[in-house]
Design a protein around this ligand. Structure first.
Ligand code: G1P
Length: 291
């Protein structure tokens, strides 16, 4: 069973300056809650019970957000503000724990995942990159489907979606003989980090959701620096694929890249419009905009 998920949050978020100068980009709010809460909820909805934050000294507010805040809870109780109390105590179900480990140097995503080696031990685990929000309309989310597929086949799962050809150089890109249908997986023959436009093996990009075996940690220890002079998770997956079955899972939901300002604004529009309490008023507000 996949019960642990690694969320690398040590990045400085330079694409989100100036906001990220003193607020972790993961704590910037999408409607009424920090972006990272959506990612943690996505993991919990897929059955994850331990969230492993790979973090940095400047990001303590993320750990604080998922901790209890006794003083605030006592103050809300004393004032009979039970709805608000429930809002802050319901952030995480009680069976889910959040632990953290530091990434001492910014050596890349592969290195960040490797920092959690001792915390995952011998079990397979999920990796969720919190810059990307995945919004699912259907009851079972994409991550849960990937976990189901991994459990049925033991094949490593990499979530992908199609991107326009001119954007392939911003992502990991997979090579598949048979592109999978939405909601399904197919065997991956290769994966490359940020290929030049015109040289990519497909337009199926790595979204930032992975189901990986513990063995990837040994491979990460041997992975040399790659694209951007960083230790790339993509390069370790390419090595893994020489000995293990690796599959590309094509997502059904929609992605929002909250690491970019325009992706963030798009997320606010979509999550705002669908918000159970604020949605109708928010849609009316948008209609009134003098566009
Ligand atoms: C990382 C991964 C890349 C993936 C992307 C998704 O890149 O290395 O393979 O496609 O996330 O957002 P980054 O955006 O950190 O440069």
């Amino acid at each position: 069973m996949i019960k642990k998920a690694i969320l690398p949050v040590a990045g400085l978020g330079t694409r989100f300056l100036p906001a990220s100068k003193s607020i972790p980009k993961e704590m910037v709010t999408v409607v009424d809650r920090p972006a990272i809460e959506y990612v943690v909820k996505e993991a919990v909805a897929a059955g994850i019970e331990q969230i492993i934050l790979v973090t940095h000294s400047s990001k303590a507010s993320i750990e604080n957000y998922f901790d209890r805040n006794f003083e605030l809870e006592a103050a809300l109780t004393a004032k009979n503000k039970f709805d608000l109390l429930q809002e802050i105590t319901d952030i995480l179900p009680t069976h889910v724990s959040v632990v953290s480990v530091r990434q001492p140097q910014p050596l890349g995503l592969g290195h960040a995942v490797l920092c959690a080696k001792d915390l995952v031990g011998d079990s397979a685990f999920a990796v969720l990159l919190p810059d990307v929000l995945v919004k699912n309309q259907q009851e079972e989310n994409d991550l849960s489907r990937m976990i189901g597929r991994f459990q049925a086949s033991q094949a490593v799962q990499i979530m992908v979606e199609a991107v326009p050809e001119h954007m392939v150089d911003q992502y990991g890109i997979v090579d598949v003989a048979q592109p999978p249908l939405e909601g399904q997986s197919s065997v991956m023959q290769g994966i490359v980090e940020k290929p030049a436009v015109g040289l990519a093996p497909s337009n199926l990009s790595v979204v930032g959701r992975y189901i990986l075996p513990a063995k990837i940690m040994q491979l990460l220890e041997q992975t040399p620096k790659g694209a951007g002079n960083e230790i790339q998770l993509t390069d370790a997956i390419a090595m893994l694929q020489q000995t293990e079955a690796v599959e590309a899972y094509r997502m059904k939901g929609q992605t929002f890249d909250c690491g970019s300002k325009i992706g963030y604004l798009k997320a606010v529009l979509h999550y705002g419009a669908d918000h159970p309490q604020l949605g109708d008023a928010f849609k009316a507000l948008i209609k009134d905009l003098p566009l």
